[in-house]
Design a binder for this molecule. Structure first.
Ligand SMILES: Cc1cc2nc3c(=O)[nH]c(=O)nc-3n(C[C@H](O)[C@H](O)[C@H](O)COP(=O)(O)OP(=O)(O)OC[C@H]3O[C@@H](n4cnc5c(N)ncnc54)[C@H](O)[C@@H]3O)c2cc1C
Length: 484
């Protein structure tokens, strides 16, 4: 039996939560999270949100220009204008939900400076801003009677039906249930798990991109992948991110010979945008034949580091690194996808009433490289745009009547063979990481094409393993196809 809602939001990071909270409370909303509500890229975000609040000596024009420069002037300027001008309203609204941004003793905001920004404009909560925002938004969602939340509910299929969509949802790894809606919002986050080294959470497997393309939605700039220069290099797949604000606070990057080198590659040195720094690291590693890099924060007081970067300080200490005494080993790692499901200024994809928001969406605000702090801002601003648009349509056009479709993916066979995800990660890591290798891209694409065909034609049980293998192979296929 299919359960019907007005709106189904697939994903409960900042984008999904904030969309739900801004919809007209008369609408019945289902909010889905494929794992626990606290596992998302949003919850891991450390640095903060970029915004120019009223009364500041900074300006939205400067924020706009910095975003354009970082984005290689490939940004959608209309969308970017909306981002920088409406962002302050949404950041204020976060405070209404109880989000506490750090303040100076005089009550003003303690604004951080991060790479690529010409003014300090990052509002933050220590170095755990995403955790603070998601916690407060989850609390608000729990109080909202129109929003039903299903955790451990993974969407495995999305089908357009008369007047709306039908979704196949795998609950608690076991039961497939069908749910219908007339407006569907994909807020499924990033694709980091397509790489061996990433800052992204385990949920970041690009599911929304698979669902959207299956429904016929257009995708754009899938090869615009961002690599962060300072993942803590302790050999784990999910790298602890050392925030750029640490460089903003005076940390310097050293090569294997323990020398500063960034000024040879860019005059902004430590404060250059992250793509510039990541590329400089790869080139410097090649020049020296040694890819070891260190972040040196020994110029800072321990008390300062503890107070400003408590999460980073504690996580490094757990690994035996004293943040202001030791050299911190770092490496570039996958961090963010600028491309994704192509949407208009109201967040609607090329399929009517199918919306996308946050990291899975391509609004064009970031151009080919995202400026620090602009991601959470994009989550908020475009979630608000979508919520307003859906609410407006419901008000003007009424709610379409949904039929009963009982759509669930067919259970075709046994479990998908192991190894797809590991192989795709290895292929992406060696062929399309920071500076793509044109020869390896060709070979990897051929292999990924084969894997894609096996997964599409094979008869497998529709479970988490199958869905994630299919989503990751699909993402790798789309990225490499674009650069061939
Ligand atoms: C370590 C780290 C630090 C960062 N620091 C910053 C920062 O300082 N400033 C900044 O602006 N940005 C930062 N970012 C980027 C930013 O956090 C993310 O881009 C943004 O929060 C993404 O939000 P989202 O809501 O789109 O996706 P996410 O927060 O990743 O949420 C995705 C949601 O989708 C759900 N989902 C996925 N697939 C399915 C499915 N098939 N069915 C059901 N649910 C599904 C997941 O369970 C999850 O709830 C950081 C990212 C990381 C990883």
């Amino acid at each position: 039996m299919q359960q019907n809602f007005d709106v189904i939001i697939v994903g409960a990071g900042i984008s999904g939560l904030y969309t739900a909270l801004n919809l007209d409370p008369k609408l019945r909303v289902l909010l889905l999270s494929k794992k626990s509500l606290v596992l998302s890229n949003s919850a891991s975000a450390q640095g903060g949100v970029a915004a120019v609040l009223e009364g500041s000596a900074d300006s939205t024009d400067s924020h706009f220009n910095d975003s354009l420069i970082a984005g290689g002037f490939k940004n959608n300027t209309e969308a970017l204008k909306i981002l920088v001008t409406q962002g302050p309203r949404d950041v204020r609204r976060l405070m209404d939900f109880g989000v506490a941004f750090d303040r100076n003793p005089d009550g003003s905001f303690d604004l951080e400076l991060e790479g690529g920004h010409s003014h300090p404009r990052i509002l933050h909560h220590q170095d755990a801003t995403g955790r603070e925002i998601t916690a407060k938004l989850i609390a608000a969602v729990e109080l909202s009677r129109n929003i039903t939340v299903w955790e451990n509910a993974m969407v495995c299929g999305l089908k357009q039906v008369q007047n709306g969509f039908s979704l196949d949802i795998l609950r608690n790894e076991e039961d497939h249930v069908a749910a219908g809606c007339y407006a569907c919002v994909l807020a499924t986050g990033g694709i980091g798990r397509v790489y061996e080294h990433t800052t992204n959470s385990a949920a970041a497997t690009g599911d929304g991109i698979l669902l959207a393309s299956g429904a016929g939605a257009k995708l754009r700039h899938m090869s615009w992948v961002q690599f962060h220069p300072t993942g803590f290099n302790d050999g784990r797949r999910e790298c602890l991110l050392i925030p750029e604000a640490v460089r903003g606070a005076g940390a310097v990057l050293l090569n294997a010979e323990r020398q500063q080198f960034l000024s040879h590659y860019d005059p902004r040195a430590e404060l250059a945008p992250r793509d510039v720094v990541s590329k400089a690291m790869v080139e410097e590693g090649r020049r020296l034949g040694d890819s070891r890099f260190y972040l040196d924060f020994t110029g800072a007081e321990e008390a300062y580091a503890r107070e400003h970067f408590p999460t980073t300080f504690a996580r490094l200490a757990e690994s035996g690194i004293a943040m202001t005494e030791d050299m911190i080993p770092v490496c570039p790692c996958q961090h963010y996808l600028m491309g994704g499901i192509d949407v208009d200024l109201n967040g609607e994809s090329s399929v009517d009433n199918l919306y996308a928001v946050g990291e899975c969406a391509h609004t064009g605000v970031h151009g080919s490289n995202r400026l620090a702090g602009n991601s959470m801002l994009e989550d908020l601003v475009f979630a608000h745009q979508i919520a307003d648009e859906i609410s407006r349509r419901a008000e003007n056009q009424g709610r379409p009547v949904l039929g009963e479709f009982h759509f669930c993916e067919e259970e075709l066979g046994g479990p998908v063979p192991k190894g797809f995800r590991t192989e795709v990660r290895a292929l992406m890591q060696k062929s399309y990481f920071v500076i793509p290798d044109p020869v390896r891209v060709v070979d990897s694409f051929e292999r990924i094409r084969e894997m894609r065909s096996v997964l599409e034609k094979g008869k497998y049980r529709v479970d988490r393993d199958y869905m994630e293998a299919k989503a990751l192979v699909n993402v790798a296929y789309l990225i490499l196809k674009e650069v061939l």
